[in-house]
Design a binder for this molecule. Structure first.
Ligand code: NAD
Length: 455
């Protein structure tokens, strides 16, 4: 199937902008030939590619920040902190440790093989990897898997999100200027182009986005028995225990929730707490929003916009799901939804029915810790779970009695900035993980090797 110029007008799913007219089959064949030639194997090639990616980010950071502002209204400071510098840090961490991570690991040999036998595991690259990225952190979420796949010695087809068209175009323009184009291809496009790519045989597919498309990806991968990593989302709860410092809690909740206008996969989706704490937390949340964004958040450069009208309409429909404590106003033309806190929220209301993925924070009440744990476990396993407590018992019980991709005590979002922690989901929030050495695990095959001398 040929990747053709757009046959339809740009729609709400974004403009289609092709960076290549090459057939997907030809792209994969070309990259596979490079991989088979052995070019991507040496450590020097891998570190060279990472170094070039670092140069790209350093030389063109402003250009990428401008594109991110165009797509998502991100401030330059936020673009650097959460996307560009984030990726540079991940590159630096990988460059520092890659040699050690790739070292073969010896394994003890059982007595029946004799004392001269040795065994070890080695990390083999998988081959040609497909990375499909979403729109919400369109630089970080394309480049971090890409650099992990390159560090593991693979060739990569990178598919940016069409819903962040300015960033997609910038990456499609810049990546070929810096990386080995025989081993890295950028394919822009929307559903038809991604569908065409998914028909090809890859050696690994790394998808970040929603669970509906995650299922499509997994079905396509099953045809070729291709392994997948699915980095999905869901509702990440924030449990607030009795007796915590609510000014600190509110400040951290608000910073985590309203970053990127709430369009963050690990944003605290809703607050879960007892009625007394909920009442005391309300004014603190109002103060924290005002402290961060001023009296009129719409005028704050630090507060972003909703990606498109479709998501705006979806979010506007959730605003009536409870009593508005702060915010609640919106402007479709500007794709602006105020940072909003909703109280007295019924767990059966629309805002609790789906991942919010926008600047709306509902507060839901439970009677005690037992009910909170039950509430969490009755729902899909979250990508992240946050807990604000001074109690060791609460900490231990939540850690032991719930399942989530990550668990954050006292600070939302921050766990994903620790390169030595695996980042990924469980159950409905995904499968597989990456960052740091976990990217090497994900993008490699751990090959078992045994040697018995002939004499
Ligand atoms: P999106 O719409 O940009 O889709 C992601 C990718 O899937 C895009 O590249 C898109 O082209 C492709 N795609 C869309 N429809 C497709 C189809 N029918 N067939 C093949 N490919 C298709 O992004 P999104 O899904 O709206 O992203 C938001 C979701 O992603 C949220 O649920 C969020 O929680 C989750 N997310 C997860 C992480 C994580 O690291 N776990 C990070 C960011 C976002």
């Amino acid at each position: 199937m040929r990747v053709r110029p757009p046959a339809r007008a740009p729609d709400q799913r974004g403009t289609v902008n092709h960076s290549t007219t090459e057939e997907p089959a030809d792209t994969v064949a070309r990259l596979r030939a490079t991989f088979r030639s052995g070019r991507t194997q040496p450590l020097s090639w891998r570190t060279g590619q990472l170094g070039r990616l670092r140069e790209l980010l350093t030389a063109h950071g402003e250009e990428l920040a401008t594109a991110l502002h165009e797509d998502l209204g991100k401030s330059s400071a936020e673009a650097f902190r959460t996307e560009i510098d984030f990726t540079v840090r991940e590159i630096d961490h990988t460059l520092e440790h890659l040699d050690g991570w790739l070292r073969p690991e010896p394994a003890p040999v059982p007595a029946h093989l004799g004392t001269d036998a040795t065994a070890w595991t080695r990390y083999d690259p998988l081959g040609v990897v497909l990375v499909i990225a979403p729109w919400n952190y369109p630089v970080q979420l394309l480049l971090t898997p890409l650099l992990g796949a390159l560090a593991a010695g693979n060739a990569v087809v990178a598919k940016p999100s069409e819903l962040a068209p300015a960033t997609s175009a910038a990456l499609a323009r810049l990546l070929p200027r810096y990386l080995d184009t025989d081993a890295v291809a950028v394919v822009e496009g929307a559903v038809p182009e991604t569908t065409a790519l998914l028909a090809e045989r890859f050696d690994q597919i790394f998808y970040t986005g929603n669970g509906t498309v995650g299922r499509i990806v997994m079905r396509a991968a099953a045809e070729h028995l291709t392994p997948v990593a699915l980095e999905l989302g869901g509702k990440s709860p924030a449990f607030v225990d009795l007796g915590t410092d609510l000014a600190v809690v509110a400040d951290r909740l608000v910073r985590g929730k309203f970053l990127n206008a709430g369009q963050t996969c690990v944003a605290p989706d809703y607050v879960l707490t007892d009625p007394e704490t909920a009442r005391a937390l309300e004014p603190k949340l109002v103060e924290a929003v005002a402290a961060l964004f001023g009296p009129e958040p719409r005028e704050s450069a630090a507060f972003g916009r909703i990606v498109n009208e479709r998501h705006f309409d979806r979010l506007a429909g959730l605003l009536g799901s409870g009593r508005t404590v702060t915010g609640g106003d919106s402007d479709r033309a500007a794709k602006y939804i105020a940072p909003t806190v909703l109280a007295d929220v019924d767990p059966k209301s629309p805002v609790m029915g789906e991942e919010i993925f926008g600047p709306i924070l509902p507060v839901v009440t439970v009677t005690d810790l037992d009910e909170a744990i039950g509430f969490i476990n009755d729902r899909d396993k979250p990508l992240a779970l946050y807990v604000f407590t001074e109690s060791d018992t609460t900490r231990d019980r939540i850690a032991a009695e719930t399942s989530s991709g990550g668990l954050g005590f006292g600070l939302p979002l921050a766990h994903l900035t620790v390169s030595d922690l695996p980042f990924g989901g469980v159950g409905e929030s995904g499968m597989g993980s990456y960052h740091g050495r976990y990217s090497i695990e994900t993008f490699s095959h751990r090959k078992a090797v045994l040697e018995k001398p002939l004499a």
